[in-house]
Design a protein around this ligand. Structure first.
Ligand code: PFF
Length: 483
């Protein structure tokens, strides 16, 4: 269970959650986020854990267990997770580099110039995909060595590693919340974070973003929770565990928000601006990767003698946050190959790592930043949402919600009622179907972030189309394990 918490709590909590909050108007985001947690996040967490525990198998074989011809849904989940690990490990590598830089505060006073020009050496367009950066590649390989070491013995080694990688970042986070709140100007950041803006709730994109963030953050629809639940002892309390993982994760995001918004408030204060002014004049520093790799280094440099200490702790926190999320994705994919083809663990782990590194090479090039952004958007907007929708449909209308509900209730102290069936059969699929439809319409009307259409196709649509096709091929390939 600690491993499941470790998978959920990752870069998504400290980096993605706050910047999505900023993008959608601060306090405006918290309400849809909580609604998404209770209507989709927790119900799907129960579904995935119940399915994995009942079938005692990773996603593809678990879905095969629900009926013939459904295995591909499990492969889709694993496929989306696989695409995510290809770039998640690269971001881990960035954090490793910044950990090293924090010892001499190498980013200097112009963190934007440092990050984009000196560190990423970012090219002017998407075409520069053969110019691999040495330090980024080295850090990517180090990240992979660490990931493979953590999962060397599967659930047994993971079970030990998480005693370190789950509490350590939490302690660091608490340190940053305390430090952040003590900085002058922090209160205006916190006010921006906590003041609800009811007018923003009328904007459908806030709701879509909230559902996407909930899935990413809870590691749902990647096959991870199915695989992890299959490792649980037979007498585990599924409902309880699903609530614990979900609430621990979202509690951490909420806490992470205090550290980040206090720091943003302080940053605005230093520039003599309010939060609105900061967002208008320095959007890069409050959104996306900017928050972690631009704003934090700026603030860290201003902490005097303790600057290097806080820098090192901050990037160490990000690495320990990321690693258990990263290896959960590899575990989910490796377990799928082990279940279906009887592959030995070492081969499965190395196979997944090798292909992920080869694909990840693109993200280590001068144009890598742009490609990373494109694939992140397509996987989070279409990949995850499509898998979550398919999961709801398969369980809701083919396998039967009752089969899962009665199973988890037989294992749990608190029973779930018919409300759960309503969520899985109606509420969640309707919301997800509308989200996908609106997003497809938006992409037909205009390319994502005004990028060239060929890039959108090469980095996004081609993957979105290839995933179900490859999943069906894998389903139809010969298995060594009887159905
Ligand atoms: N939940 C992780 C985070 O919030 O950073 C990211 C992640 C891990 C997504 C594992 C998906 C996954 F299967």
């Amino acid at each position: 269970m600690l491993a499941a918490i470790g998978s959920a709590i990752g870069l998504g909590n400290v980096w993605r959650f706050p910047y999505i909050c900023v993008n959608y108007g601060g306090g405006a985001f918290l309400i849809p986020y909580l609604v998404a947690l209770f209507t989709a996040g927790i119900p799907l967490m129960i579904l995935e854990m119940g399915l994995g525990h009942k079938m005692e198998a990773s996603a593809p074989v678990a879905f095969r267990g629900t009926g013939k011809g459904r295995e591909w849904v499990g492969w889709m989940a694993v496929g989306v997770g696989f695409m995510i690990i290809c770039y998640y490990a690269v971001i881990m590598g960035w954090c490793a580099n910044f950990f090293r830089y924090s010892f001499n505060l190498a980013w200097g006073s112009n963190t934007e110039d440092f990050f984009y020009n000196q560190f990423l050496n970012r090219s002017a367009n998407f075409k520069d995909v053969f110019s691999i950066s040495g330090p980024i590649l080295a850090a990517l390989l180090i990240s992979w060595v660490l990931i493979i070491l953590c999962i060397w013995k599967g659930a047994r080694s993971v079970g030990k590693v998480v005693y370190l990688t789950v509490p350590l970042p939490w302690i660091c986070l608490v340190l940053f919340v305390i430090k952040g709140l003590s900085l002058p100007g922090a209160e205006q950041g916190i006010a921006y974070y906590l003041t609800p803006n009811f007018a923003a709730l009328r904007d459908s994109s806030v709701w879509l973003a909230a559902y996407g963030q909930i899935f990413f953050s809870l590691s749902i629809a990647f096959g991870v929770m199915i695989a992890y639940a299959s490792f649980l002892p037979k007498r585990s309390d599924i409902v309880n565990n699903a609530f614990i993982v979900s609430l621990a994760n979202c509690g951490t995001s909420f806490l992470g928000g205090f550290a980040v918004f206090a720091t943003l408030g302080h940053y605005a204060h230093n520039l003599g601006l309010d939060m609105e002014g900061l967002l208008a004049l320095h959007p890069d520093k409050a959104k996306g990767f900017g928050l972690v790799f631009l704003t934090y280094p700026t603030i860290i440099s201003q902490l005097g003698r303790a600057a290097s200490f806080f820098g090192a702790v901050f990037f160490l926190m990000l690495m320990t946050l990321a690693i258990d999320s990263a290896f959960s994705l590899v575990e989910a994919a490796a377990a799928a190959f082990m279940d279906k083809y009887n592959a030995v663990r070492l081969k499965a782990n190395f196979g997944v790592a090798f292909v992920a590194i080869v694909i990840g090479l693109v993200f280590t090039t001068r144009a890598g930043y742009y490609w990373l952004d494109v694939i992140d958007y397509f996987m989070n907007s279409f990949g995850i949402v499509a898998v979550a929708l398919l999961e709801c449909l398969v369980i809701g209308y083919f396998y039967g919600t009752r089969n899962i509900r009665e199973y988890v209730n037989s294992k749990s102290e608190f029973s779930i009622g018919k409300w759960w069936d309503v969520m899985i059969m109606f509420v969640t699929p309707v919301i997800l179907a509308i989200s996908i439809a609106l997003e497809i319409k938006a992409r037909i009307l205009g390319a994502y972030g005004d990028i060239p259409r060929w890039v959108e196709f090469a980095g996004g649509w081609s993957v979105v189309i290839a995933l179900p096709l490859i999943s069906i091929l894998l389903m139809r390939s010969r298995t060594r394990r009887p159905a």
